[in-house]
Design a protein around this ligand. Structure first.
Ligand code: SF4
Ligand code: SF4
Length: 327
């Protein structure tokens, strides 16, 4: 594995300041029923890192204290955290919208037979990665058999009203299978909808296109193929000033399984905590890293965001965020 971190630190990316915080993105741990080759966090069935109930309670305190509207749950397979249902139920009682970043196949695993019903009862928004609507491409990225299981899980969700009932939103995520920018989101969504409806009777709400970031496994792949510099140039050549105001770090923070806080999920993968690695922004004065418990009384609006070369991935072309294209 080649680490791209050192190539990202020195950057001319414009300085960013936080807006009003509305979203908490939480990684519940690295346990997963799959072990995809491209996985950014190297998740898998043997990983033991899982967010504790204590940290989940600290996050619920934070949600209450800081008026959070949206909780975005990732992993691993977030549903495999033993406190997943507790967290979702308590957050929904507070009126918070919850997104479950679901790999779909977990809905079919033994022991999780009632998971889809639980998600529907709680009106959790399901966002699922389906890197392509063609079976061969999905098998290459996620493993053999995953495509058919994903189709079966999507049909299960449709049967519960997902993608049809306005309360139950079902979005799919596309990311390019190589060193190129995603195609325009609208036309690709139409292709996905036509294909999945015609072949499998599947309905979904939105397709979210996400640009590959030059970090983690994708960054390593770029370095090993000698494509790192040309991919960075592609991102920079397609820089769009208009996307700067809507990059997702303006209104979210990202929390790892131990409760440490980052400006976004990508900075979490890089290990760049909210304490700037260059030392010019310190929130947690008694610790090297900022923990969610440090932030109960802190208004982050107007604070600097830790940026690097990878940020060009958020602003290139139509822009990219965990909610898909920006423009
Ligand atoms: S499903 Fe997601 S979290 Fe699990 S191994 Fe694959 S990419 Fe990683
Ligand atoms: S990678 Fe994107 S979301 Fe993260 S800090 Fe940079 S611009 Fe913000």
């Amino acid at each position: 594995m080649h680490d791209s971190t050192a190539r990202l630190r020195d950057s001319d990316f414009p300085a960013l300041k936080r807006g009003k915080l509305s979203t908490l993105q939480v990684n519940l741990g690295y346990l997963c029923n799959l072990s995809c080759t491209h996985c950014h966090v190297n998740a898998g069935p043997r990983r033991t890192e899982l967010m504790s109930r204590e940290v989940i309670d600290q996050l619920l305190d934070f949600i209450r204290a800081r008026d959070i509207h949206l909780l975005d749950l990732t992993g691993g397979a977030p549903e495999m955290n033993p406190h997943f249902r507790y967290f979702v139920t308590e957050a929904r009682k507070l009126g918070v919208e919850v997104i479950d970043r679901c790999n779909l196949t977990i809905l079919l695993e033994p022991g999780y037979e009632d998971l889809a019903e639980f998600l529907a009862e709680q009106a959790v928004q399901v966002t699922a990665s389906l890197p392509c609507y063609e079976e061969a491409n999905v098998a290459e990225q996620r493993g053999k058999g995953v495509y058919q299981q994903s189709i079966e899980a999507l049909q299960l969700l449709n049967g519960l009203g997902y993608g049809k009932d306005p309360r139950l939103s079902l979005d799919l995520v596309y990311n390019p299978n190589g060193a190129f920018l995603p195609p325009p989101q609208g036309p690709l969504e139409q292709d996905y909808k036509a294909h999945l409806r015609d072949d499998y009777g599947i309905e979904f709400n939105q397709l979210l296109t996400i640009t590959n970031m030059p970090i983690s496994r994708f960054g390593s792949m770029l370095i090993s193929k000698g494509q790192f510099d040309s991919y960075m140039q592609l991102l920079k050549d397609n820089f769009s000033q208009d996307n700067l105001a809507s990059v997702m770090c303006h209104q979210l923070i990202s929390v790892d399984w131990q409760g440490y806080v980052y400006d976004c999920d990508f900075n979490q993968m890089l290990g760049w905590g909210m304490v700037d690695p260059r030392g010019d922004q310190i929130i947690a004065r008694d610790s090297a890293r900022t923990h969610i418990a440090d932030l109960l009384e802190v208004d982050l609006e107007g604070d600097s965001i830790v940026v690097g070369e990878h940020c060009y991935g958020c602003t290139a072309g139509q822009g990219s965020s965990c909610g898909g294209a920006l423009s």
